[in-house]
Design a protein around this ligand. Structure first.
Ligand code: NAD
Ligand code: UFG
Length: 339
């Protein structure tokens, strides 16, 4: 029998790509999503790619009665991947309670259900945002956690602490916390990808929409930072590479008896890429020009951060593989389906 995995937020950007990889690896996926930042049509994309339509529950993870019903109606779930969260940094500053309520109650409901329903492990979506502005790059998992610069970032720090404290209290579960760097791109098939609601706040969806003529010029937020070309540096990771790491993490948690109850991994490429370099990579990959101008710094932006991914490379046996031009080509192919 196939192992059952609950994917919360599974119709979202990273959740949909991960569902594809889980199904391709032979897992039976149940998605719960309240469709607050995604749409039901994503299920068609997943089905078109894998030939399997995942079980879908439309519901809110902050509602304990909904979660109990889900576990009652789908007995035998062995693992959870918790993507469900609100994730807009700027919005979180203006609506902190929404962020604390949604992100923390979702996690706590899941943790509470796990021993009750015999769920063995949970993979949690954290972020490199927990490191703040690093003192050194690349940054590894032992680096200090810096005070969060937004309520969103704080929910990730608190979530990591909640999981740690719960496991320390003796809860019979395991967890793998994955700290993502900057996920970008789309599935090779262009049947699923990133679908931001309204004006994109993140670089790549804005860039592809600007290139498609849907938005005005892209504003590069500063070219006078202390970096080689003056623009900010990030570690951009292909979303399919990222999705595959979740399958490996799940397998490790469920199938290996001798692992620590809680483990933390950076998921990045280990390579820092500037905003201007990324624009270049896009133009090289697609032969499409990006209209852009240099603007002011964005408030709260980190100057440079990239991952030391050695722990994930060696312990998980996972490595980011897709070259950046390829990722940009896929992002553009997806954008072209949205026109
Ligand atoms: P997304 O918004 O595309 O996906 C999240 C999904 O969760 C959405 O489909 C949304 O409708 C759903 N959701 C939100 N609250 C819910 C609730 N209470 N109950 C049920 N469903 C709910 O976001 P994403 O980019 O796929 O991110 C997934 C996870 O990864 C999030 O936890 C996010 O904080 C984390 N993360 C994302 C990034 C990034 O750059 N995309 C970076 C680091 C960490
Ligand atoms: N940028 C621009 N112009 C834009 C948008 C972004 O120049 O229109 C620049 C930013 O200044 C930054 C880089 O592009 O240097 C990347 O910005 P994003 O907004 O795409 O990503 P961030 O690194 O700021 O933050 C993202 C998510 C967070 C998450 C973090 C780490 O938005 O939720 O990655 O995973 F925590």
């Amino acid at each position: 029998m196939k192992t059952k995995i609950l994917v919360t937020g599974g119709t979202g950007y990273i959740g949909s790509h991960t569902t594809v990889e889980l199904q391709n690896a032979g897992y039976d996926v149940i998605i719960i999503d309240n469709l607050s930042n995604s749409n039901i049509g994503v299920l068609d994309g997943i089905e078109a790619i894998t030939g399997v339509r995942p079980t879908f529950v439309e519901g809110d993870c902050t509602d304990m009665a909904t979660m109990r019903r889900l576990f009652d109606e789908n007995p035998g779930i062995k693992g959870i991947i918790n993507f469900a969260a609100s994730k807009a940094v700027g919005e979180s500053v203006h609506k902190p309670l929404l962020y604390y309520r949604n992100n923390l109650n979702t996690l706590m409901n899941l943790l509470e259900c796990m021993p009750e329903y015999g769920v063995k492990g949970i993979v949690f979506s954290s972020s490199c945002t927990v490191y703040g502005e690093p003192d050194v790059n690349p940054i590894d998992e032992t680096a200090p956690i810096k005070p969060a610069t937004s309520p969103y970032g704080n929910t990730k720090q608190i979530s990591e602490e909640i999981i740690t404290d719960y496991i320390a209290s003796g809860a019979p579960i395991k967890s793998i916390i994955l700290r993502y760097f900057n996920p970008i791109g789309a599935h090779e098939s262009a049947k699923i990808g990133e679908l931001p609601v309204g004006v994109p706040q993140n670089l790549v969806p804005y860039l592809t929409q600007a290139a498609a003529g849907i938005r005005g010029e892209l504003t590069v937020f500063g070219d006078d930072y202390n970096t080689p070309d003056g623009s900010c540096i990030r570690d951009y990771i292909d979303v399919v590479d990222l999705a595959k790491a979740h399958v490996i993490a799940m397998k490790r948690m469920l199938d290996k008896a001798d692992t620590e109850a809680i483990e933390i991994f950076n998921l990045g490429t280990g390579r820092g890429v500037s905003v201007l370099e990324l624009i270049n990579a896009f133009e090289k990959a697609t032969s499409v020009k990006v209209p852009y101008k240099i603007g002011a710094h964005r408030e709260g932006d980190i100057e440079k951060i990239w991952a030391e991914p050695t722990k994930a490379n060696t312990v998980l046996g996972w490595r980011a593989e897709v070259p950046i031009e390829e990722t940009m080509r896929k992002a553009w192919a997806w954008q072209c389906t949205l026109k």
